[in-house]
Design a protein around this ligand. Structure first.
Ligand SMILES: *[C@@H]1O[C@H](CO)[C@@H](O)[C@H](O)[C@H]1NC(C)=O
Length: 217
């Protein structure tokens, strides 16, 4: 009996987690974000549908290369999420362009609310994600022009331009606001900082090593 209740509890927890992690379905044709509203909802309140224009569903500029000069890690993200296109509110989808200089990369990160599908337009990009505990298996591949790869929701993943030319990719994500949890920034660049002895124990290194890494953020 106790075991059965425990199992039901586990099922309830896993169901709740996967349900809460994805954008909900819309209850009407659209709900263009009204960013001037002070009403607090999950996402944004809706603009009056009578005032909605084509431009609420429009973005121009993904043909323009992101400037990778002085970009952190030699990669530049051009996002098209609900922040850029209010019409994406409640629709559970977004798209972005990423430009990488030769050697540029996107450090290990996760999107807490979205699966990502990446299409390479130019260049050669090594991609990878790591499965969760207990396997922690690295699944990785080098992609070329026209190749597509998927990063499942919540899993830590990365991209590296391994070619000698610039690389360009388009990514689509099933959230209006996928979020980015950058592993290095979260661990070493939080405000306030995580105590160095906690990180020293986690990485099994001397506290000075942790302080050195922290100083770079
Ligand atoms: C790219 O950024 C660099 C450094 O910020 C700047 O000097 C350069 O003019 C920019 N290039 C373009 C094409 O905007």
């Amino acid at each position: 009996m106790a075991a059965r209740i425990f199992l039901l509890g586990l099922l309830a927890v896993s169901f709740t987690v996967s349900t809460l992690a994805s954008d909900p379905s819309p209850l009407q044709d659209f709900c263009v974000a009204d960013k001037t509203s002070s009403v607090l909802v999950n996402g944004f309140a809706c603009k009056d549908p009578k005032l909605v224009q084509a431009d609420d569903f429009f973005f121009s500029g993904l043909h323009i290369a992101g400037n990778t000069t002085n970009a952190p890690f030699g990669a530049r993200l051009t996002p098209v999420t609900v922040a850029q296109v209010g019409g994406l509110n409640t629709l559970g989808i977004s798209i972005s362009r990423v430009d990488y200089a030769p050697g540029g990369f996107n450090p290990p990160h996760t999107h807490p609310r979205a699966t990502e599908i990446i299409t390479v337009l130019e260049g050669n990009v090594e991609v990878g994600f790591v499965t969760s505990y207990p396997d922690h298996r690295l699944i990785t591949k080098v992609l070329g022009k026209g190749d597509v790869f998927v990063f499942p929701i919540g899993l830590v993943h990365f991209q590296v331009n391994v070619g000698s030319t610039n690389a360009v990719v388009i990514v689509a994500l099933n959230s209006q606001n996928p979020g980015i949890v950058s592993i290095p920034n979260v661990l070493f660049g939080s405000t306030p900082k995580i105590a160095s002895d906690v990180l020293a124990k986690a990485f099994q290194v001397d506290k000075n090593v942790v302080d050195d890494i922290k100083s770079k953020f």
